[in-house]
Design a protein around this ligand. Structure first.
Ligand code: SAM
Length: 372
């Protein structure tokens, strides 16, 4: 007999990249987001039979189908350095508490929960916010383990993010717990968990070598800026970066991404030279637009990263439907979770934990029946 796939609930689902990373192994049964533009991208890719448009504040947990695995990528603005760091007490990242209310209202609790956010979650309010989140899950009888994963292990984008995975206390986690720090627990995680004594150190294999570089993903035929605009942008590069650019052999095809920043009152274009994109952002994060300098056949061109390149940098398949609007697509991708990172968690941790729960549940049910 084949086991049924676990059901999957995706809170704050945005444009659907979490569901994209889970649906090969789970059945999406419910998801939500407040943003109609992201909802349009979600439903174009995953159908509109389970998506709920509206604020989490209006959601009742009793109206949600049972989810074996629940994912919540709650808003990060109050936890990111680009934001004001108001933390879990602030209006947007504070929607975590609304999500917790919904969880409390769900008649059957998920066996497995995954929360995702920016690294600032570990340090906000001196680590106090992370401890509150951890305690909220412990109080609801979940074992809790945080980890930090940088998407650069899967895609050519630097994108470190915190993932907190929680499993119901009764689940046998022996095979998935290393009982001590491993590659998922760099210093930022160790510092946050130092005051806590019953953390789970989840174990997962490292991904295989990242197959693509940024240069591999570039659309060399996409429209570029006119010469004047390109020259104005290139003129913002720092002298030490210009020296590196000038050393390129004329026939070498290469791409250098960068964000425009103000340093000591002056605009500069800060480039990367590691063939990785910087972390994609949304307009709300401030200075969101990532530019790219392209070198081919001895010539320099410049443009913004295209929305399709942004989607590929998020690990979405080339066929993933985006909006006709550049800004809507780019913002949706900047806010999302990298697909193969979700897939790695789903395959190596979330589904195995859900299966460990399912193995135990029938026995528990039959015990109840026998004793009745
Ligand atoms: C970090 S993003 C999650 C992105 C998503 N997981 C993805 O992969 O595309 C947070 C999301 O929360 C949504 N959001 C903000 N306030 C909300 C609210 N009150 N109710 C529901 N969703 C909200 C935003 O529109 C945004 O898509």
């Amino acid at each position: 007999m084949t086991a049924r796939l676990p059901t999957f609930v995706d809170f704050f689902a945005g444009s659907g990249l979490v569901t994209q990373g889970a649906k090969h192994a789970c059945i999406p049964v419910w998801s939500n987001d407040i943003c109609p533009k992201k909802a349009a991208i979600y439903t174009a890719n995953h159908g509109n039979d389970h998506f709920h448009l509206g604020s989490i504040e209006k959601v009742s947990g009793t109206s949600i189908p049972q989810g074996d695995i629940v994912w919540a990528s709650f808003p990060c603005q109050d936890l990111s350095l680009a934001g004001k760091m108001g933390g879990l007490a602030a209006s947007r990242s504070g929607l975590f508490w609304e999500w917790l209310r919904v969880l409390d209202e769900m008649p059957v609790k998920p066996s497995v929960i995954a929360l995702e956010n920016v690294v600032g979650l570990l340090a906000a309010n001196g680590g106090g916010d992370f401890r509150l989140l951890y305690q909220a899950l412990r109080d609801r009888s979940y074992k809790v383990g945080p980890m930090l994963l940088d998407a650069r292990l899967w895609v050519p984008q630097s994108r470190p993010r915190v993932f907190v995975v929680a499993a119901q206390d009764h689940i046998d986690t022996t095979a998935l717990d290393d009982h001590g720090p491993n590659w998922l627990h760099p210093d930022a995680v160790l510092k946050a968990i130092a005051p806590l004594d019953d953390i789970v150190f989840w174990a997962m294999p490292r991904p295989q070598k990242r197959p693509k570089t940024l240069t591999d993903l570039i659309d060399w035929d996409a429209p570029v800026f006119n010469d004047e605009r390109a020259a104005a942008l290139i003129s913002l590069t720092a002298a030490k970066h210009r020296e590196l650019l000038d050393k390129l052999p004329p026939n070498r095809r290469a791409a250098f991404p960068g964000y425009r920043r103000t340093r000591q009152g002056k605009q500069v274009l800060e480039l990367r030279f590691d063939d990785l994109s910087g972390c994609l952002r949304t307009a709300e994060g401030g200075s969101s637009c990532q530019f790219i300098l392209l070198h081919a056949a001895g010539e320099w061109k410049a443009r913004k990263i295209t929305s399709r390149e942004a989607a590929l940098l998020m690990g979405a398949p080339r066929s993933y439907k985006l909006s006709f609007s550049y800004n809507e697509s780019y913002n949706a991708m900047g806010d999302a979770v990298v697909v193969p990172v979700v897939k790695h968690l789903v395959d190596h941790l979330l589904v195995p934990l859900s299966q460990a729960h399912a193995k135990r549940t029938p026995k528990a049910v039959s015990r109840v029946r026998l004793s009745a």
